[in-house]
Write a protein that binds this ligand. Structure first.
Ligand code: WT7
Length: 680
């Protein structure tokens, strides 16, 4: 029998089937200095200690007022953590460190051009800069507590400064990845209802100084057409005093931040005493429909969770130099570049540009220069560096104690290069599985406790109780060799609070499918559905297979199939579009786009290019399809549904299975031939 599921693209289904791998033991010198080497933590976070166990993470923070209730679960699935507690995130990431660490670097900003000096921002200087900018936000942009402020900033020190300034005054920041197009930025401005946009004139990427402000102007116009007026655009300058964009400044609307800040020298703002449940930020992610989801994260629960997990899994001590080579525009950067590491008083590296610029030795030169000892990145970056410079790490004198990988599954072979060559056999590796929605890590080995296993993420984090469910909601046991939908059976403090302005979609998307009783007020009836396929080994380690819904994870960033398809459909000749994930050597997966044309149009290079251009313009260059394949018709069910599954099989050189029940089975062979001819 065919079910609706059969029409879905499933990454889990095209996942590679790796063998079980050998264990690697954590190095003894690492264990000796680790924040956590005692497995008793798993007893402290045992199910019978839930939810009180999570107070251990909250106690890592400074509170103006202690919470009354650790977890209020009376309105499922809208969990409320540390109710009654009051705190400020910027206070916890800056002020409380000043007594001991004011002259220590908080940020090391590394410009992409190698001849530009590294900027070392001490905690003291960070405090000045955040306070001054927070004053400007209040006085010039009139930002108040609870207002949403959209940021479209590249990887520069001004990005965490702007986030922390928002947090200081209780405003909700919404940073949109700088690679997103003006259209995507506008959609997020509208959804968040922001009237203030913070951007930068220009930034370096791949050796070029890109004009960034021009995109802001377009986005403001598109947002206004969509009903959301931006009153103020705050523009930082990449080179203060030397405006580097061709876009003119709009009188009354645009302000040059660096210029204006001169008038706020030494100004201080008392941190807002936010309730634990006040939102700290929105982070948009792609879903199965075209509309992005604004994941709303709390102040108290989120900050507690990322601080606790950064301390134990990233093993951050104040004396560490920590480099997460990801973009702050994604959740990884929010949790494990900004909030977690700064709450722990680490020195954090922020690198502006491409890892392989000007050559694949760059990351290792940065590590050597700054004595980086914790390194965090994605399998995509590791694959890219391995291909471009397999022998580069050995040329540089740096020593990592810990490295992480996140965002997608890592092939064991790539893992071993990371371990042996990048880590020089000295570093422990953690493979952390989590999502934008979950705020922090869900599964990972504890670096000084568990052996590592390439390709597996490890057991669940303390206090996290995953279950793998089949389509009927039955539990798939560990060691069964079968995969299913991985869910978390209990709430945890890092979990997002809701989808901004759309609580119905929040419930429908994450809880409805496996909720045992919609009337129940017992959290046990409300498992969180992650949307990933997974299996659990006999050793309890989870292996994540990928998305089970219409979402494609490209280089560790989620893209909705619908978003890409509707961009393709904006090209006049296109009648139908279907996107599927295709395996890619460097990026793990890429979107491959099938299009059919309206009657009377002939396929050609010109249409293909315009389809690619439409996707790049609507979403951003990182969504560019690997190939656009023009087909006479899509494989369809008798009821007219496009069978993306069949296309996914063709794209990945797999057997599409029984296609005789299709309305047009003959088209499958035709498509295969067209695709083969294209791929040469
Ligand atoms: C999706 C979440 C987590 C922050 C970066 C991405 C995939 C994430 C792993 C891992 C295999 C992973 C999942 C997940 N994923 N980590 N260690 N092994 N797959 O955040 O954009 O919200 O994407 O990334 O499919 O659902 P995101």
């Amino acid at each position: 029998m065919k079910t609706a599921r059969d029409e879905r693209v499933s990454e889990a289904e095209i996942a590679v089937h790796w063998q079980e791998e050998e264990y690697y033991q954590p190095p003894v010198p690492f264990i000796k200095q680790a924040n956590l080497a005692d497995p008793a933590i798993y007893e402290r976070f045992a199910p019978e200690r839930f939810p009180a166990c999570f107070a251990e993470y909250a106690e890592l923070l400074d509170w103006y007022r202690r919470w009354d209730t650790v977890l209020d679960s009376s309105h499922p699935p809208f969990w409320r953590w540390f109710v009654g507690g009051r705190l400020n995130a910027s206070y916890n990431c800056i002020d409380r460190h000043l007594a001991r660490f004011k002259n220590k670097a908080a940020l090391h900003f590394v410009p992409e051009p190698e001849d530009e000096p590294i900027h070392h921002v001490t905690y003291q200087e960070l405090s000045y800069r955040v306070n001054e900018f927070a004053t400007l936000l209040r006085e010039v942009a009139r930002v108040k507590k609870g207002d949403r402020v959209t940021l479209h900033l590249p990887m520069v020190a001004e990005l965490p400064i702007a986030m922390l300034a928002c947090a200081r005054i209780g405003a909700i920041h919404s940073q949109v990845f700088s690679g997103y197009s003006a259209k995507s930025l506008a959609d997020r401005i509208i959804d968040a209802g922001s009237s203030v946009l913070i951007t930068m004139d220009a930034y370096y990427r791949g050796g070029r100084l890109l004009d960034h402000k021009a995109g802001a102007d377009q986005a403001v116009e598109l947002a206004e057409n969509g009903g959301q007026r931006i009153e103020k655009v705050l523009v930082w300058e990449r080179y203060p005093g030397r405006y580097s964009s061709k876009a003119p400044l709009v009188e009354g609307r645009d302000c040059l931040v660096n210029e204006m800040l001169k008038g706020y020298h030494g100004c201080r703002v008392k941190p807002e005493e936010s309730a634990a449940e006040d939102p700290l930020f929105l982070m948009y992610t792609s879903g199965t429909t075209g509309r992005p989801k604004g994941c709303q994260h709390s102040t108290g629960g989120y900050l507690s969770y990322v601080t606790g997990t950064a301390k134990y899994v990233e093993d951050i001590h104040p004396e560490d130099v920590y480099w997460c080579m990801a973009d702050i525009g994604w959740i990884t950067g929010h949790s494990y570049i900004v909030y977690g590491p700064l709450a722990l008083a680490a020195s954090v590296v922020i690198y502006e540009g491409l890892p392989t610029w000007p050559d694949a030795g760059r990351p290792w030169r940065i590590a050597q220069e700054l004595d980086v000892n914790i390194f965090h990145t994605s399998p995509t970056a590791i694959r890219g560096l391995r291909r471009a410079g397999p022998d580069e790490p050995a040329k540089y004198d740096y020593h990592f104690k810990l490295m992480t990988t996140v965002g997608e599954a890592i092939e064991p072979e790539v893992w071993r290069w990371y371990h042996d060559v990048v880590g020089k056999g000295e570093a422990v590796i953690v493979d952390t599985w989590w999502q934008t929605e979950t705020g922090g890590f869900l599964t990972s080995t504890m670096p000084a406790i568990h052996p590592m296993k390439p390709g597996s993420t490890g057991p669940a984090m303390p206090g996290i109780y995953p279950v793998i469910l089949d389509d009927e909601g039955r539990e798939i046991p560990e060691g069964s060799g079968r995969a299913g939908n991985i869910c978390i059976s209990n709430p945890w403090p890092g979990c997002f609070q809701t989808i901004w302005k759309d609580p119905g979609r929040f419930v429908a998307q994450y809880y409805a499918r496996y909720c045992r009783d919609p009337e129940s007020t017992d959290w046990r009836d409300w498992p969180y559905m992650s949307g990933d396929g997974a299996m659990q080994g006999e050793d309890g380690y989870y292996r994540i297979l990928g998305r089970i819904d219409d979402v494609i994870n490209v280089a560790g960033h989620r893209l909705g199939a619908k978003e890409i398809e509707s961009a393709a459909l904006s090209v006049a000749e296109v009648a139908e579009a279907a996107v599927v994930p295709v395996a890619d050597e460097i990026k793990g997966r890429m979107p491959e786009l099938y299009v059919s044309l309206k009657p009377g149009f002939t396929p050609g290079e010109d249409v293909r290019q315009r389809v690619t251009a439409a996707v790049t313009a609507e979403i951003g260059p990182f969504a560019r399809p690997k190939q656009v394949i023009m087909v006479p018709d899509m494989p369809k069910t008798r009821s007219g549904k496009i069978m993306r599954r069949v296309l996914a099989a063709l794209s990945n050189g797999e057997d599409p299975g029984d296609v005789t029940t299709l309305a047009n089975p003959e088209v499958v062979e035709e498509i295969r031939q067209i695709r083969n001819a294209l791929s040469g």
